[in-house]
Write a new protein. Structure first.
Length: 329
């Protein structure tokens, strides 16, 4: 299977593969016509840059220029793993890969199939999440075929992805590292290693002129078809609010789903799914459940907010981006 995938990559075709975060749709990052196929298959806007996946730290020097000192410390600690770094790009990286930016996002994944594919191909792979644009990221090979079947050359099935939300993205081109997307590596872990880290204002839910630093942020992401309502507050208050909302929407003849963080709690909704009580489990199940709710054609998904500590920051970022409405009580 890997051999066939390698041949397709070398011919400039697209191959979906598992990583420890979500499934990626890979193609030769240095071949503009191969990269174009990724954008076409996903329906992804051309200004939304791709992450380049490597297997050997030495490749960093080929792909990036003016690499700051702090980079070594960060990759030493977090690579291979779910951390993407943004650096000034070198000449060999085509503009189509970086969405027209003069910076490039690079990551070294930990998943064995991903590493093997990159190593055997001997080519850095541009690979965004392997979902159709705007849909929740795929955590199973089936999600990839549901969205992109017939539009891509091959899918390598590696089972369920471990982390379930995408990599953390950190920009190292400024004086102080800036978190552009919370993800698999936590903000606390990075702060512990390097000290001060700026947080992009959009992560805090603010509008920002810094949008050009991470164009992907401006797009609504990860959305199921159903309307997601995020409810934050104490467990007791949230439960009360959920019950009220279920009654309200049922009166309007809507099909209501609930994503619950309490294992045995029963609601009067059309569909209740337990997403997990620990942050790790919630991250691992979140996108799959969004897709399951859609398959059952619910109109509304009520989601219980969680703490933004650790992996919770990334989880809440994805739910917020998917949300049609947020309620804090
Ligand atoms: P995806 O792989 O689909 O999760 O999307 C890749 C993410 O990385 C998007 O949010 C991009 O905006 C971000 N990204 C990729 N390249 C860059 C870059 N050069 N500068 C800032 N953000 C980037
Ligand atoms: Mg994506």
């Amino acid at each position: 299977m890997i051999r066939q995938a390698v041949q397709l990559i070398r011919k400039g075709e697209t191959v979906a593969f598992p990583t420890e975060t979500v499934y990626g749709l890979g193609a030769d990052a240095l071949n503009p016509s191969a990269v174009k196929k990724i954008f076409e298959a996903k329906g992804r806007p051309a200004d939304n840059p791709l992450i380049v996946h490597i297997q050997d730290k030495e490749d960093l020097k080929r792909l990036a220029s003016d690499i700051p000192e702090i980079t070594e410390k960060i990759i030493e600690k977090f690579w291979p793993g779910p951390l993407t770094i943004v650096l000034k790009k070198s000449k060999i990286v085509p503009k189509i890969t970086t969405g027209g930016l003069n910076t490039v996002a690079i990551r070294m994944p930990k998943n064995k199939i991903a590493s093997l594919l990159i190593k055997e191909a001997g080519i850095p792979l541009a690979a965004p999440s392997a979902n159709f644009f705007g849909r929740p990221s795929p955590t199973l090979a089936k999600h990839v075929s549901d969205d992109l079947g017939g539009r891509i050359s091959m899918i390598l099935d590696g089972g369920k992805t471990k982390i379930g939300i995408e990599s953390t993205v950190i920009d190292l081109t400024g004086k102080t590292p800036m978190l552009l997307r919370p993800g698999g590596v936590t903000l606390e872990q990075i702060q512990k290693l390097v000290g001060a880290v700026k947080i992009h204002p959009m992560i805090k839910g603010k509008k920002s002129k810094l949008i050009h630093r991470s164009p992907g942020m401006k797009y609504k992401h990860y959305s199921p078809n159903a309307k997601v309502i995020l409810i934050e507050g104490s467990t007791q208050n949230v439960n009360k609010k959920i019950s009220q909302l279920v009654s309200k929407f049922k009166k309007q003849q809507k099909r209501v789903g609930i994503m619950s963080t309490q294992k045995n709690r029963i609601y009067k909704a059309d569909m209740t799914r337990f997403v997990g009580s620990s942050t790790d489990k919630i991250a691992a199940n979140l996108f799959r459940l969004f897709r399951e709710f859609d398959a059952q054609k619910v109109d509304i998904i009520l989601v219980h907010g969680i703490s933004k500590k650790g992996l919770g920051l990334g989880v809440m970022n994805r739910i917020s981006k998917a949300a049609h409405k947020k309620i804090r009580i």
